[in-house]
Design a binder for this molecule. Structure first.
Ligand code: CO8
Length: 261
């Protein structure tokens, strides 16, 4: 495995099929500097390409998931340097992953940290988690999806409030508004998130991938073309061995043995 400096990776779960990525710049509250994002992208791509891995969990530590883009690193950026160097271009790696990516958020998920969590497919939170888009406090605006994903997930009024005030919201509020799907005690969060990944890992990886793509269409397109996409993908599952196995196993009252075919 590559030697990482800003993240730690591990393979976890009782079947060793969950890829765990821990953001690891604790002294900077996991501020998302360029090198960290390069490593994160590499780790996600490697797990995505690894047939033994069913799902990926991204986490931080108890104090911070990530407190945003690295303000010290970008302090002296200019408009021209941002354009020239494609500032933020590595961010798409996480959203390009075909496998489910789950964020386990303890502590701060602010700015780019909240946006990273929102790039993931599911967010679980520890009860001390704090979410926010505080860019407005430092004279800028969200730059990696905060103004676009947040309104789609929580609605306009709440998204505007979060983006225009810079105020933080706690885990229970985040759950109530649908940003987070479940909240756990701090010390249980990672274990519960890995359980979720393992549960997903009991299904056909091929069909999981199709299901993820179909749900994502709901955030990309109109209802009519999303429904059309869904129908085609649903019909398409009937061309797979795993669909046949799933239904045959049900009828024969036995557990399915999926083959990713
Ligand atoms: N960047 C760089 N360093 C940071 C960051 C950050 N975002 N956040 C915290 N740190 C550092 C602090 O500078 C401090 O370092 P040092 O000890 O060397 O001074 C250390 O982490 C600990 O932080 P604090 O002492 O401030 O800890 P507190 O517990 O007092 O406060 C807070 C915690 C409230 C989270 C506070 O640190 C804070 O407000 N952080 C900044 C949050 C923020 O504004 N985030 C948004 C950043 S802008 C952004 O994300 C734009 C996204 C655009 C797309 C992504 C681009 C890559």
């Amino acid at each position: 495995a590559p030697a990482y400096e800003n993240i730690k990776i591990d393979v976890v779960g009782s079947k060793s099929n969950v890829g765990l990525i821990q953001l690891n710049r604790p002294k900077a509250l996991n501020a998302l500097c360029g090198p960290l994002f390069k490593e994160l992208g590499q780790a996600v791509r490697d797990f995505d390409a690894n047939d033994k891995i069913a799902a990926i969990v991204i986490t931080g530590n108890e104090k911070a998931f990530a407190a945003g883009a690295d303000i010290k690193e970008m302090q002296n950026n200019t408009y021209s340097s941002n354009v020239r160097n494609g500032f933020l271009k590595d961010w798409e790696d996480v959203s390009n992953c075909g496998k489910p990516v789950i964020a386990a958020v303890n502590g701060f998920a602010l700015g780019g940290g909240c946006e990273l969590a929102m790039l993931c497919d599911i967010i679980y939170a520890g009860e001390k988690a704090k979410f926010g888009q505080p860019e407005i406090n430092i004279g800028t605006i969200p730059g990696a999806g905060g103004t676009q994903r947040l309104p789609r997930y929580v609605g306009k009024s709440k998204a505007m409030e979060i983006v225009l005030t810079g105020n933080f919201i706690d885990a229970h509020e985040a759950e109530k508004m649908g940003l987070v799907s479940r909240v756990f005690p701090v010390e249980k969060l990672l274990e519960e998130t890995i359980k979720l990944a393992e549960r997903i890992g009991t299904h056909s990886p091929l069909i999981v991938k199709l299901a993820k793509q179909a749900v994502n269409q709901a955030y990309e397109t109109t209802l009519r073309s999303g429904l059309q996409y869904e129908k085609s993908a649903f019909y398409g599952t009937f061309a797979t061995e795993d669909r046949k196995e799933g239904m045959t196993a049900f009828v024969e009252k036995r557990p399915p043995a999926f083959k990713n075919e």
